[in-house]
Design a protein around this ligand. Structure first.
Ligand SMILES: [Zn+2]
Length: 117
């Protein structure tokens, strides 16, 4: 898998962790457990910002646009389907031997897609 795609997936994971941590119910639970969600969020945001700066500007801008629009900007392909919009991807597209060796987007919704298998 190419680095740029790995970084986009990591960026997406960090965004999920951050949004989970700022979820009010989760904050309550963590405070009960004696954890400090605010400092964790701060650390994650710092990691996110640092990672974000290493990503090619065109992908970073598209990521931010997609994340703002859909919430999830990077999705896996499951059963030859984009798991963001559930559109069947063209067979030729899926049969490409170098999938995950380039940054691909879903032809239907535009989210970044990657293959897990
Ligand atoms: Zn899609």
């Amino acid at each position: 898998m190419i680095k740029e795609l790995e970084k986009l997936i990591s960026l997406h994971d960090l965004d999920i962790m951050i949004s989970d941590l700022i979820d009010k119910d989760i904050i309550k639970q963590e405070k009960k457990l004696g954890l400090s969600p605010a400092s964790a969020v701060e650390k994650l945001r710092k990691m996110r910002d640092e990672l974000s700066l290493t990503i090619d500007r065109k992908y970073r801008d598209l990521y931010d646009q997609l994340a703002g629009h859909y919430g999830n900007a990077v999705v896996p392909v499951v059963n030859l389907m984009c798991s963001g919009c559930f559109t069947q991807l063209p067979t030729a597209f899926c049969a490409s031997p170098d999938r995950n060796d380039q940054v691909e987007t879903c032809p239907s919704c535009g989210r970044f897609i990657y293959w897990c298998d």
